[in-house]
Design a binder for this molecule. Sequence first.
Ligand code: IGP
Length: 273
Amino acid sequence: MTTETTNRMDLMFRKLKSEGRAALIPFLTVGDPDLNTTLDIIRELEAAGADILELGVPYSDPLADGPVIQRASSRALRGKVHLRTCMETALKARQAGSSLPFILFTYYNPVMQMGLDTFFAELDKHEISGLIIPDLPVEESEDMRRRSSAAGINLIPLVAPTSSERIAKIVSGASGFVYCVSSLGVTGERSSFHTGIDAFLESVREATDLPIAVGFGISTGEQVARFARICDGVVVGSAIVRKVEDVIPLLEQPATRAEGLLQIREFVAQLRP
Ligand SMILES: O=P(O)(O)OC[C@@H](O)[C@@H](O)c1c[nH]c2ccccc12
């Protein structure tokens, strides 16, 4: 008997599975280059065929991020964007008509600053279905998992090719989907992936009944299609964040803003599996 869920992200994966399709999961840094533009970009990503959205909270010390997302975080932080404004942006996008499931991507420090009780009380109110915290300390993960579950939020675990014997432990009790990191190192477009990536993804598939998604380095339609054949979701971050960065001069001028947004939409549309 399947447990009834109202979680928007879980429902999306079920829908995609019935359609035999993998989810296209863009990541973007909220507030890059500003909050209003983020709302416009969310609309463009949805029109381009995104299925789930990873909303990145800018952070001053993004240890797991490469230069593209580091620059995006710096631009957003200059605009004083922080965790609460990112949550508010998700709610505004929903109120503006987006039906996409939102994953809040944040490092652990901003969550601690807000306080766990407040943080979890705010998530559902702000239409957040999933949570990724890449630097969540292991000793905190049980408490965070309990709180997430009580709030009806999916705390999405990350597994890396080096996780091998820990995969079963990492995914046990998880919900939403399992985020398989395709390569070691930091985020950023790549032309090749960790050797044995297929065997790694297969080992994760065997360790969980949850959907599995892959991310890190994926930047072309061909790479998305390759992974969409073996995963339930494909995450693209840096390539999209770079596209946003490239068109900022267009976005900043009223006369060329529509052209800038169109270029983002077209870039993401050609990624779709
Ligand atoms: O940027 P890439 O190489 O496409 O990878 C996805 C990534 O952007 C997104 O999922 C993410 C952004 N920052 C992270 C830090 C750790 C894990 C994942 C992430």
